[in-house]
Design a protein. Structure first.
Length: 198
């Protein structure tokens, strides 16, 4: 494996179902607004229960454009738009962040709009992003957290080779109950053996 000094290279990764590429804010703004206001995203990202989409304001638009417009400048993380090859439209994001160079490790997260769910796009995006982390960046470990009520995401992570390492009990409140957070990870030697298909 070849180790790069940082995450400054922003690749385009091509799969059968998705293309992962750097964000183009003007082109991707509608999809970004979609996943940032989606009640399901809020529920699985931070446990917020919403009856409908959250309000979009001029200030949220400004912050979104500033944030996504600077992703290509970040040397310590990789934020890629997930594009559905069937439609050519952005349907989410895949991110390697929380990079720890001395430990050769980072975190992974993904968000998909409703248009990107339940068709295998997420699983392929996970494999492409994590594979890039191991095969091009020389990472040793990629980890993530997934809330217990997000079974769809957990299945995608397991299909890509992530292994449950532990459970943080009752970390967020959802409705009238508490939800656990499952800590999962995959190591370079595991990835080398299965390439995201255990």
């Amino acid at each position: 494996m070849t180790a790069l000094s940082d995450f400054s290279v922003k690749p385009t990764l091509v799969g059968d179902l998705v293309v992962l590429r750097p964000f183009a804010v003007d082109e991707d703004a509608e999809a970004i607004r979609d996943f940032l206001t989606d009640p399901e995203t809020a529920r699985f990202a931070n446990g917020e229960e919403q009856s409908g989409r959250s309000q979009w304001t001029a200030e949220r638009e400004r912050v979104m454009r500033e944030w996504y417009g600077t992703r290509h400048e970040q040397p310590d993380r990789l934020d890629l738009a997930v594009v559905d090859r069937a439609t050519g439209r952005c349907v989410g994001e895949a991110v390697l962040n929380e990079w720890q160079p001395a430990r050769q490790s980072c975190n992974f997260r993904i968000i998909l709009t409703a248009a990107g769910r339940d068709r295998g796009l997420g699983t392929e995006a996970v494999r492409l992003t994590v594979g890039y982390g191991f095969e091009r960046l020389g990472l040793h470990r990629v980890s993530l957290g997934v809330y217990a009520h997000n079974s769809r995401a957990r299945r995608a992570y397991e299909k890509a080779g992530f292994v449950l390492e532990g459970t943080e009990r009752e970390v967020i409140r959802v409705g009238d109950g508490w939800v656990d957070n499952h800590v999962m990870a995959v190591l370079d030697r595991e990835w080398e053996r299965h390439r995201g298909r255990p």
